[in-house]
Design a protein around this ligand. Structure first.
Ligand SMILES: N[C@@H](CCC(=O)N[C@@H](CS)C(=O)NCC(=O)O)C(=O)O
Length: 223
């Protein structure tokens, strides 16, 4: 199985953390999205959306980080994707919430417009409005997730599942703008438990490098 990814990409690191923790063998293929290598050449025939990650399992291509996680977990019979219908529905429910509602505000409204020029809004007023609007909605999302984690150890119950791998990757992007989870103690406890997974330091090397480059910048963040 070949995994096309970039080590700094949030959605790639979701997969990298899961395969590393589960010991799933794969052939790595770095796509240098920073130099635009995903936009031309052979990669668009792998993923016409021109985004990483993408998985090639003997000619069967899967894109979308959440779909790749589900595919790999189901293919390997991982305990992190329960087969019980109701337990699995809880995992899918959480992944879908994180990937749609939460990530829209967290990533595309609050974090990425502050980091990437092509995410910046046209006018300063529109830009600031987007970031503040994202920040407000993120606060609601964080409070919701904190309340979930007040009742259970992990995002989809008391066992580690692919929802936690997905969530940990999404949350790691918050480190770039120095999100402080202190006012959400249950969420903070859960995130620290994910950060203490053995593969975290290796998988997060590029994230740490990016954080270093941003250390003198100020951001609209949490709190
Ligand atoms: N919904 C996709 C999003 C993938 C995505 O946005 N990938 C980013 C890196 S995190 C990318 O390839 N960006 C390249 C670009 O925007 O040109 C997934 O979850 O896999």
């Amino acid at each position: 199985m070949k995994l096309y990814f970039h080590p700094a990409s949030t959605t790639s690191r979701i997969i990298l953390l899961f395969v590393s923790e589960e010991g799933i063998p794969f052939e790595p293929e770095v796509v240098d999205i920073l130099s635009g290598a995903h936009l031309s050449g052979s990669f668009p025939s792998i993923n016409p959306k021109r985004l990483v990650p993408a998985l090639d399992d003997d000619g069967f291509i899967v894109t979308e980080s959440a779909a790749i996680l589900r595919y790999l977990a189901a293919k390997t019979g991982s305990a992190a994707y329960p087969t019980d219908l109701k337990e699995r529905a809880r995992v899918d429910e959480m992944i879908d919430y994180l990937n749609s509602d939460f990530y829209r505000d967290w990533g595309y409204n609050m974090i990425y417009p502050q980091l990437f020029p092509h995410h910046k809004r046209e006018s300063d007023a529109a830009h600031e409005g987007t970031v503040r609007w994202g920040q407000d909605r993120v606060r609601n999302g964080l409070a919701y997730l904190d309340s979930v984690l007040a009742k259970q150890r992990y995002l989809a119950g008391d066992k580690l599942t692919i929802a936690d791998y997905f969530g940990a990757g999404v949350f790691s992007a918050g480190e770039l703008i120095r999100v402080d989870l202190a006012q959400f103690p249950n969420l903070q406890r859960w995130y620290e438990s994910m950060r203490s997974l053995p593969s975290w330091p290796k998988v997060s090397e590029a994230l740490e490098g990016f954080k270093g480059m941003l250390k003198d910048m100020s951001f609209v963040s949490i709190p």
